[in-house]
Design a binder for this molecule. Structure first.
Ligand code: GLY
Ligand code: MN
Ligand code: MN
Length: 432
């Protein structure tokens, strides 16, 4: 396993010319009093190291003698009694395959030496003002040595640019972890569908999701779960999750676990009573058709925007049929009246972060999809009460979201097994 990380570091170092890269892990964050938020490593730091301890920093020295150096906490028997095991530099170097490792306290002192005669400092520029200042100060310290013939780096670059491009294309081991994350989230959504009934509270459904994540070793959701019944589903980032489910409601659940550092992101919408009917059923069929049309466009060689455009055309025709929009599909595309009911885009990159890194455009053009990219496909419609809006559709929020990996020949829907056809959902709920 450390091999994967070492190979990634080697690939990155090759892009750095004669520079030096400084990549800090995420800080620990206090929640309140003596309580901390559960520690979550920085995704890019972990992508390059596999090392999960806080207070660690990766330094890469590029050039003729490339080096990969870890700075981490020292062994500390007393702290380890309270907080648990620490590798310490020596064991970390050995276990994770670094060229050398040092205590984090030595970072500044060693960096002043390592930065000497490097042309560029690569680090996450602007991500943290403390780091910005620290790096400028270190550069100044190198600069003060000019009289001994040393040259300080005269260029700073954002290390996230090359790392993000690497992270955008998932390798086989990442895809296998993402399949596992997806499978756990599928199980959680099925569990929620079996559990949901009028009279239950949204947070009870959320508890079912979290139980299923955790019992498979996915200790945390990749983002706060959205469990939104009835009108709440029209609030895109609804997370109060405290309303009672009522007969006739649709329930929108947008939830996905993080497993071994990788996110999944699934949305399903289903009737609390287990049976689709009336205008809401019609609206559901439209969103599902839009989602399937978008997934069809998610293939190599296609533009990033193609799934969105495919979903939009189906949604708009549906909005016209439902009497939500007037005119032809082209009119509605042009005047953007659909945005009242569909105001977000159809997906995003997915990976270690739920909204994962990677540019969506290059040189001003939408990016071309390539094997190894993973994206979500998540069209929806959100219909609030309003003049001219058919009453049976008031307070209808529907979204259907899957995680899609681009393959050599098309795509793999990682979250396929979560029912989304009307018959599939009704059958699962009938059996519960
Ligand atoms: N759950 C966040 C999103 O769907 O983008
Ligand atoms: Mn999403
Ligand atoms: Mn989502």
């Amino acid at each position: 396993m450390p091999d994967i990380y070492a190979k990634r570091r080697t690939r990155l170092i090759k892009k750095l010319g004669k520079g030096i890269a400084i990549i800090p892990n995420a800080p620990e964050r206090q929640r309140n009093g003596d309580a901390h938020y559960p520690y979550r490593f920085d995704s890019s730091f972990h992508y390059l190291t596999g090392f999960a301890e806080p207070e660690s920093v990766l330094v890469l020295v590029a050039g003729d003698e490339p080096q990969s150096i870890l700075f981490c906490r020292e062994k500390n028997p007393e702290r380890e009694t309270w907080d648990g095991y620490r590798f310490g530099p020596e064991a970390a170097r050995e276990e994770f395959g670094f060229d050398s490792a040092h205590p984090t306290e030595k970072l500044d002192e060693i960096l002043v030496d390592l930065m000497a005669d490097r042309t560029v400092v690569h680090y996450p520029m602007g991500a943290d003002t403390d780091w910005d200042q620290r790096i400028l100060k270190l550069r100044e310290a190198v600069q003060r040595r000019v009289r001994s013939g040393i040259k300080a780096p005269d260029e700073m670059r954002d290390i996230r640019t090359p790392i993000n491009e690497m992270r955008l294309i998932k390798d086989a081991s990442e895809l296998s972890t993402m399949r596992r994350a997806a499978a756990i989230s599928v199980a959680a959504h099925k569990r929620a569908m079996r559990f949901a009934r009028a009279g239950a509270f949204e947070y009870e459904v959320e508890a079912e999701l979290l139980h299923e994540f955790c019992r498979h070793g996915a200790r945390h959701p990749a983002y706060t779960s959205i469990v939104a019944s009835g009108a709440n589903a029209c609030v895109l980032h609804y997370i109060s999750n405290d309303a009672e489910l009522e007969h006739g409601d649709l329930l929108l659940i947008d939830a996905g676990c993080e497993f071994e550092g990788y996110a999944s992101d699934i949305t399903r919408t289903f009737p609390v009573d287990g049976k689709f009917s009336g205008a809401k059923r019609h609206a559901y069929e439209i969103v599902l058709a839009a989602q399937l049309a978008a997934i069809d466009e998610a293939k190599p060689g296609q533009s990033w925007d193609a799934p969105h455009q495919a979903a939009l055309r189906v949604l708009i025709q549906g909005f016209i049929d439902l009497k939500l929009c007037k005119g032809t599909v082209d009119d509605v595309l042009e005047n953007e009246s659909y945005k009242k009911f569909y105001m977000h885009r159809t997906g995003h990159w997915l990976g270690m972060d739920v909204h994962d890194v990677g540019e969506y455009k290059t040189d001003g053009e939408w990016r071309i999809l390539q094997p190894g990219m993973v994206l979500t496909v998540e069209p929806g419609c959100y219909i609030r009460p309003g003049k001219g809006v058919p009453r049976p559709l008031w307070n209808t929020g529907i979204r259907i979201e899957d995680d899609v990996a681009i393959t050599r020949t098309g795509n793999e829907v990682l979250t396929e097994a979560a029912p989304k056809s009307i018959s599939g959902i009704e059958e699962l709920m009938r059996k519960s």
